[in-house]
Write a protein that binds this ligand. Structure first.
Ligand code: HPA
Length: 234
């Protein structure tokens, strides 16, 4: 039992998938896992544990933004011994070759700040994905017939962004997409010696204004769950 997770030690698996939306956690657990059990519902941030192909897996909502993800990831790592944490979520496309519905596998995550910023002071720490998970996720996506984009993303503190100049610099430097959680997840994984990855679907595009129709969101989300599960246990 922690401040934000009302579960007992052992209720969570070592591998945890983390969608932002707790209802997505419920859908993924009910759709992909067997022997599913609700293990957390504090503040409605649902978490489930079940099995996938004989492997024990948990799926816990992270909420939106790095401060929220940081709370759940910290507690999962420090109190529930999570070893592998994979974010599955959406992002905004930032490059012309990145199309709505494409999958991005985030190698690095740039940020203006993260909840960990204060410990780094003048240091610009480079949050990086776990190499084995990244390689496995690329292979899993390709096995599904997808061609994922692999590279840097931007973890923003704001959805309603007021800094077009910053976005311009990131576009110029090849940043593929924008979301709001990965940089802190990668930083915590580095600090505690755990494995982390973010697998993202492009739900909208900053340059074209295009957005993924809602019918497509569930299918894309399912693809990410498959990629994440396969990557975790490959
Ligand atoms: N900005 C930040 N986070 C996002 C976006 C976006 O445009 N799209 C999906 N997640």
């Amino acid at each position: 039992m922690t401040v934000h997770i009302g579960a007992k030690k052992g209720d969570f698996a070592e591998t945890v998938l983390m969608p932002g939306d707790p209802y997505r956690a419920k859908w993924a657990a009910e759709t992909f896992l067997s022997d599913v059990r609700l293990v957390n519902e504090v503040r409605g941030m649902l978490g489930f544990t079940g099995t996938w192909k004989g492997h024990r897996v948990s799926i816990q909502g992270s909420g939106m933004g790095m401060p929220s993800l940081s709370i759940y990831a910290n507690e999962l790592i420090r109190d529930f011994d999570a070893q592998t944490l994979i974010r599955i979520g959406s992002c905004g496309g930032m490059q012309p070759q990145v199309k709505v519905r494409d999958v991005i596998i985030a190698m690095t995550a740039t940020s203006v700040s993260t909840p960990s910023h204060s410990i780094f002071k003048e240091l610009n720490f480079a949050p990086t994905a776990d190499w084995t998970l990244l390689r496995n996720a690329v292979a899993a996506a390709e096995a599904q017939g997808l061609t994922p984009h692999v590279g840097g993303i931007y973890s923003s503190d704001t959805f309603y962004d007021e800094r077009p100049d910053l976005n311009e610099q990131m576009v110029r430097h090849g940043v593929l997409g924008v979301e709001m959680e990965a940089a802190e997840l990668y930083t915590l994984a580095a600090r505690y010696g755990r494995r982390a990855l973010a697998v993202l679907t492009v739900s909208d595009h900053l340059q074209t204004g295009e957005a993924l129709p809602s019918e497509d969101r569930e299918r894309s989300f399912g693809e990410m769950v498959e990629i994440a599960l396969t990557a975790a246990f490959a």
